[in-house]
Design a binder for this molecule. Structure first.
Ligand SMILES: NC(=O)c1ccc[n+]([C@@H]2O[C@H](COP(=O)([O-])OP(=O)(O)OC[C@H]3O[C@@H](n4cnc5c(N)ncnc54)[C@H](OP(=O)(O)O)[C@@H]3O)[C@@H](O)[C@H]2O)c1
Length: 264
């Protein structure tokens, strides 16, 4: 029997939601999916002031359950559900310095932003995907989920490790129901918070930004490619993973890190 499946990367007709799609990696993903034909909805707390945002914008703080509910109701009313969900919201919000610097509230905040926000959104948007027997969910994690650095990102790394585990479990649950679930783990990527992180580290250590970058690289074991990722490079991977070209992929976690993770 002839296989009539198209294994291309065309997303024409697909409805995609990119959380945190107004800046950094999320913005690059939103732009890339739109270029490939998808109708893209982006959500963040603040509507970008410039005319740079070409996508349908809905404001929501994803750490607030009632705002997430309102977001999904608006999507259902206006778009009748979605086909592609990119759970990109996240970030390092807690101080470095190890266990003694992290309060209960720090742990709670990190888990809310990096783990629970995505879980909550999946739960609200999955019923439509399951009804249509079609959908792709990407969880943007981090190499920190596999390589925690106690003095820099302990709570963040733990939250991302939990994302990895949740994403794998969800993929197994949904694999036979037409919904694929994948994890993407970027390494250091050139976005405003990453650049600020290096600048703050330089200021606190009394060294230059270049020296700070070198020291951070040293702590992680270095990036064999010797540079950070561009957000567009992460977007390219995500585009492939959500497209028909990746029809047989689910449950896997893709590091995109210039070779930095020291594991096979
Ligand atoms: N950059 C890196 O080096 C790197 C490395 C590994 C993994 N990652 C992961 O990649 C993802 C994106 O990181 P990024 O560096 O691109 O971040 P970013 O440039 O700071 O962008 C974050 C986006 O999320 C939105 N956002 C933040 N908090 C939100 C909330 N509570 N509710 C709704 N929207 C919220 C922001 O808009 P508003 O501020 O207007 O809400 C913005 O659109 C994160 O999950 C991060 O952990 C990044």
């Amino acid at each position: 029997m002839e296989n009539t499946q198209n294994y291309n990367q065309d997303l024409t007709g697909k409805r995609a939601l990119v959380t945190g799609g107004t800046k950094g990696i999320g913005k690059a993903i939103a732009d890339r999916l739109a270029q490939s034909g998808a109708r893209v909805i982006v959500t963040a707390r603040n509507n970008p002031a410039d005319s740079d945002n070409k996508h349908h914008f809905i404001a929501a703080d994803l750490t607030q359950p009632e705002q997430v509910l309102k977001l999904t109701q608006e999507i259902d009313e206006q778009f009748g559900g979605i086909d592609i969900l990119i759970n990109n919201v996240g970030g390092l919000t807690t101080p470095g310095g190890g266990f003694s610097t992290l309060s209960d509230q720090d742990w709670e905040n990190e888990l809310q932003l990096n783990l629970i926000a995505g879980i909550r959104l999946d739960r609200l948007l999955l019923p439509t995907m399951l009804e249509q027997k079609n959908g792709v969910i990407i969880h943007i994690s981090s190499v920190a989920g596999k390589q925690p650095l106690w003095n820099l990102n302990m709570a963040y790394a733990v939250s991302k490790a939990a994302v990895n585990s949740y994403s794998k479990a969800l993929a197994s649950e949904l694999a036979s129901k037409g919904v694929r679930v994948l994890t993407v783990s970027p390494g250091a990527t050139k976005t405003p918070p990453m650049e600020k992180f290096v600048e703050d580290f330089a200021a606190s250590a009394g060294i230059t930004v270049e020296q700070a970058f070198e020291q951070l690289l040293y702590q992680t074991g270095g990036i064999p490619m010797g540079r950070m990722a561009e957000p567009q490079e992460v977007a390219s991977l995500v585009h492939f993973l959500v497209s028909p070209a990746a029809a047989y992929l689910t449950g896997t976690n893709y590091a995109i890190d210039g070779g930095s993770l020291p594991v096979v």
